[in-house]
Ligand binder design. Structure first.
Ligand code: NAI
Length: 505
């Protein structure tokens, strides 16, 4: 264990939302902590704020009063940078500006001992650039906390080109000792989370822009079928569209305009209009007093189903069968290509083709495509799409089957890979590319997405569950449908599929 000594002096610079949270985390872990901000009085105010937060924990019974006193006593606001001279670890959380952060690091290099670790909480700047020009760039590292730092478990330990590997190990162990869940990341645009999460927003925004469904339905599908805590519209309303759009633009620019990270015109329009989300009272949803929250659309059916036929294995959708059987519907199984027949309808898990395209290419009549669910045995809602020539009766039978099995059904437009399947495969694709490019290990990337943004399953583990071959097929079909490089499958997925291996080693 190479963690920083538990009594080592820590300094935090910048007493805003992040700096205050990080100072609290370090003090709770037992370190004496100096907090500095160049706004006079800001550090002292932040320390008072932390003490109040600790007071709330005491009220809730999560902390005892003596511990609160001890933690607060370890926090010292200072009014001059010189007071940080004896720190062994400095974490800066000042304004997100390369020149300002570089100038601060230069001052710190002149002030602190040669063994002092200089860490940055930057969420988007290159650690390599921050360290450039310093006498000892090997001691500069990213320590990227998530907001609010005392609550969010994830810390990305980000190494720049010159960062000493032993230093990354020390900060990893230190973050662990602080009760955090660290992951190693290489300094590349967006690090792990802010890069891999882009498709989560981008695909919902695109589906909305292309008229797949309304925001409330798409959000509900991401929650009730995908198992995500929130859908993209409610989440970006919460984050703030200005913030979320800026991150997307910065990742897009940093990758020289790679279409995979293309920002959304729909979101830009909200930013242009000042509809920034909850904080401005209006985003995709209206937060004004008395405003009604729109409800997700749900298709009903007048039909009643007694039996259905399953042809071959339904793959990841197989657990749906138990649900169907448990609802009293008689299921007959026979060999075939993974189709579910009910009345005149043929149901199939989407493979990334349009319903109309697949019906024609595979000679299927009355096709109803079904979306991915995190767990078909528990999902509350599912998306379907149909072809223009799917008859009303066939659709009614398909909807009745799913509803009798306990699922709310949302009919979306005929778009490739529906909603959850499209999101999960593109997230996995981005995660795979990040592994391929050495940004992080498969295990760390999956962990980062679970601990940093609460995904119900790591995107790579999810791709393995769907099947790497199936994931590739969906991406290939998406790419064919749109004719865009945005969906080009990562070489890693192709390689792992060709070699018959696994993404997690
Ligand atoms: P903030 O605006 O709440 O706080 C920044 C603080 O730094 C202010 O109190 C300001 O007075 C102080 N400051 C600015 N320049 C300074 C200087 N030269 N010397 C000393 N103090 C200075 O900002 P926030 O949100 O706390 O972000 C800080 C850093 O953390 C940024 O690099 C940001 O990208 C990063 N970050 C932010 C997250 C968030 O959700 N807000 C999440 C993860 C990282």
């Amino acid at each position: 264990m190479s963690a920083l000594n538990g009594n080592a002096q820590v300094a935090v610079i910048g007493a805003g939302a992040m700096g205050a949270g990080i100072a609290q985390v370090a003090a709770q872990a037992g370190h004496p902590v100096c907090l500095y901000d160049n706004r006079p009085g800001a550090a002292a105010l932040a320390v008072q704020g932390i003490d109040r937060q600790l007071g709330r924990l005491v009220e809730k019974g999560k902390l005892d009063a003596t511990a609160r006193q001890a933690i607060s006593a370890r926090l010292r606001p200072v009014e001059a940078l010189e007071a940080l001279a004896d720190a062994q670890l400095v974490i800066e959380a000042i304004v997100e500006n390369l020149q300002v952060k570089q100038a601060l690091l230069q001052q710190l290099e002149a002030l602190c001992s040669d063994s002092c670790i200089l860490a940055s909480n930057t969420s988007s700047l290159s650690i390599t650039s921050l360290a450039a020009g310093l006498r000892r760039p090997e001691r500069v590292i990213g320590m990227h906390f998530f907001n609010p730092a005392p609550l969010m478990a994830l810390v990305e330990v980000v190494s720049g080109l010159a960062t000493a590997p032993a230093l990354a190990a020390t900060l990893y162990d230190t973050a662990t000792a602080w009760g955090k869940q660290p992951v190693h990341a290489r300094s590349t645009p967006g690090f792990i989370v802010n890069r891999v999460a882009r498709p989560f927003y981008a695909e919902s925004l695109r589906l909305y822009q292309e008229g797949a469904a309304d925001c409330a339905s798409l959000d509900a599908l991401m929650r009730d079928a995908g198992g995500f805590r929130m859908g993209a519209f409610e989440l970006t309303d919460l984050i703030g569209h200005d913030v979320n759009y800026t991150v997307t633009c910065s990742v897009f620019d940093a990758f020289y305009g790679d279409f995979r990270f293309q920002p959304s015109l729909v979101q830009k329009e909200l930013v242009d209009a000042g509809r920034l989300g909850r904080k401005s009272g209006q985003g995709f949803y209206d937060y004004s007093e008395g405003a009604l929250r729109p409800q997700p659309a749900e298709v009903q059916s007048a039909a009643r189903v007694e039996c259905c036929v399953v042809e071959g294995s339904l793959g990841v959708m197989q657990p749906l069968l138990q649900r169907i059987q448990a609802s009293g519907i008689q299921v007959t199984e026979r060999p075939g290509k993974g189709l579910l027949r009910v009345g005149d309808a043929t149901l199939a898990l989407s493979d990334g083709r349009l319903a109309s395209q697949r019906a024609r290419e595979d000679g299927l009549r009355n096709l109803v495509l079904v979306d991915l669910a995190l767990d078909y045995s528990k999902a509350e809602r599912i998306a379907i799409s149909t072809c223009p020539d799917t008859t009303r009766e066939a659709r009614e039978h398909a909807v009745a089957l799913l509803r009798q099995a306990g699922l709310k059904v949302c009919l979306v437009a005929d778009l490739p890979a529906l909603v959850v399947l499209r999101t999960v495969t593109t997230l996995a694709n981005e995660a795979a590319d990040a592994v391929l490019q050495g940004v992080g290990s498969a295990a760390d990337i999956d962990l980062a997405m679970r601990a940093g943004v609460n995904y119900p399953r790591g995107p790579l583990a999810w791709a393995e569950q769907i099947g790497i071959g199936y994931t590739l097929r969906v991406l290939d079909n998406l790419q064919r449908c749109y004719g865009e490089t945005r969906y080009r499958p990562s070489l890693l997925l192709r390689r792992v599929h060709a070699q018959g291996g696994r993404l997690h080693d």
